[in-house]
Design a protein around this ligand. Sequence first.
Ligand SMILES: Cc1ncc(COP(=O)(O)O)c(C=O)c1O
Length: 371
Amino acid sequence: MTVPFLDFKSQYLAIRDEIHAAMEKVMENTAFAGGPFVAGFEEAFARYCGCRHAVGVGNGTDALWLSLMALGIGPGDEVITVPNTFIATAEAISICGARPVFVDVDSRTCNMDPNRLEGCLKKGKAPLARAVIPVHLYGQVAEMDPILEIAGKHGLPVIEDACQAHGAEYRGRKAGSMGETGCFSFYPGKNLGAYGEAGAVVTDNDAMAENMRMFRDHGQSTKYHHGIIGWNARMDGIQGAVLSVKLKYLESWNQARRSHAHAYNRLLSGIEEVTLPYESEDGKHVFHIYAIRTKQRDRLMAHLAGKGISCGIHYPVPIHLQKAYQGLGLGPGSFPVAEKCAEETLSLPLFPELTEEQIEGVADEISRFYG
Ligand SMILES: Cc1ncc(COP(=O)(O)O)c(C=O)c1O
């Protein structure tokens, strides 16, 4: 039995006719860059997230960057985030000219630890901080209430990196709807994935939404009249149309992911060497990634690969230990929890179309590995 890490094809085949019809409409209307199909998706996605605005952009990295730009963050500023995330979170900060300051994570969730955020601010470790970016890693929302409270006490806006958390919830609120902005990636493998690159920022802040709409379109609100220096960070019409179709299925796909995750939990719960993903009672985890932890991670991964089961590691090197961030001067031991996550975490195959047989096959091989 082979079990892929992701399977785009079976999902595509299930919605093929709808997708083709939606794409054909874009072509018939020649609405390729921005336009009505992007606007239609923005309206539906804003409603879904419970926000006043959604601004469609080129990808999730753009969404983070535009949020920071709209807050006026630039050279000389610091932005607080976590070290165990995809590089884009830190890149967006750096590309503005600001400096990322990391705080370590909660060992159960691998999400920003509010106590460490408070400690960082109290001890003056980020005197030039202008914003905080918690990451909702693997599809579970960070502890937003304490994070918002601590950031608020210090006058810092919160940008949610919700690139892995489409539809996740925290105390009844949707991921992305709690901070000043929420940033989404629609990279194909995401819970809501485009057929190419796409992203969005959601916000209730009218002025920021207006600024980001101008910024993504060369700073213009009227053609060839440029009020600010912007960039090209628009979403394609085809992606808007595809995402509008797929958004209708997001809740049921997330439900399928949750039930597969719970099936893995049941089947793996007896294995002492494996720590199962922690699921907070404060919200709804949407399992973009099902990550177990084990000290024998590399050997287990190789064993599974030998049996045709593809896994992933999210992420093998924390940002402060990446060559690109050597300039920060942060060596091993700076963020012990994040570093331990990087050593032990293993992402098992998880996608809505995964079958019971595949889940059992993966769990059987893991059990066999541990004897
Ligand atoms: C946590 C996180 N932030 C940001 C991004 C960047 O999104 P994109 O690849 O669409 O630019 C990703 C995408 O993988 C992500 O997982």
